[in-house]
Design a protein around this ligand. Structure first.
Ligand code: LIP
Length: 265
């Protein structure tokens, strides 16, 4: 039996509670009031409601912790060491289009270091969770990144920059290089789940530019705890600051970084 820490139980409980609302709202997705927030970036009433529940639940359990919220922004807490990093729906475009691939993402930072993560897919009730030093799990299953050693055998996921995003031309160069050198590329539409899938060994690697901390904080913990590596495009650890992510197992990560760098020029 897995013994989970109190903090992970709090995170999982909050995700489950917010997830119940999302499942209900997803069932009525056509009736949701959708408003535009910037270019191609939608906020739904479900998104706001889920964030409210997450905030309430986490605050009840750890009143002093600060927050970085996709919708609510930065909320300082009395405890300056701890910060929740939250995306109430990662994969909003999927959600709005009735595609059942989206997740709640909760990361926990302690003194600037990511120490715990939960990525919860409410439709399939899949709870990806991990804590520094404690491993990563999908429900009760211990996760391990894939063991593939060659890029030519690897299946990768990515995010395609859409309308309103920069970097479309350089991305195409990267994509061509990856297409020429791997077994295939997938675009699922949720960065948090892309990272969780790398942690689960379902995909061998993942790369994307221009992400926000709430898209990736929890997933980074999962990949690391499943034995994988996550860096930015310089092979450094500044992913939360620059929004660039390359994740893979230990055989492929450096190869992928170098392939992408070369392709971009
Ligand atoms: C989305 C991601 C998606 C990525 C988009 C976007 P949102 O997050 O997870 O995979 O490609 O750029 O950031 O907006 O659904 O929380």
């Amino acid at each position: 039996m897995i013994v989970r820490s109190a903090i992970l139980n709090v995170m999982m409980g909050a995700a489950r509670k917010a997830g119940r609302g999302l499942v209900r709202d997803f069932g009525e997705v056509e009736k949701l009031q959708v408003s535009m927030k910037g270019t191609s970036d939608f906020v739904t009433s479900a998104d706001l409601q889920a964030e409210k529940i997450l905030r309430q639940e986490l605050k009840k359990a750890r009143p002093g912790f600060g927050f970085l919220l996709e919708e609510g922004g930065e909320v300082a807490g009395d405890d300056k060491s701890h910060r929740w990093i939250i995306d109430p729906i990662d994969g909003t475009t999927n959600f709005i289009h009735g595609i059942p691939h989206f997740a709640i993402s909760i990361g926990l930072e302690r003194d600037g270091e990511l120490v715990a993560g939960v990525v919860y897919e409410p439709i399939s009730d899949s709870m990806f969770h991990g804590e520094k030093g404690g491993g990563a799990y999908l429900n009760d299953w211990r996760l391990r990144v894939s063991a593939r050693r060659k890029l030519e055998d690897a299946v990768l996921t990515t995010g395609i920059p859409h309308r309103g995003r920069s970097g479309q031309e350089p991305f195409l160069k990267e994509l061509v290089a990856v297409m020429e050198n791997t077994a295939g590329v997938r675009r699922f539409g949720s960065a948090a789940l892309d990272l969780a899938y790398v942690a689960a060994g379902r995909c061998d690697g993942y790369w994307e530019h221009g992400l926000k901390p709430w898209d990736i904080a929890a997933g980074i913990v999962l990949v690391r705890e499943a034995g994988g590596y996550v860096t930015d495009f310089d092979g450094k650890g500044d992913m939360l600051a620059n929004g660039d992510v390359v994740a893979a197992n230990d055989h492929l990560q450096a190869k992928l970084v170098s392939l992408l760098k070369k392709a971009r020029g």
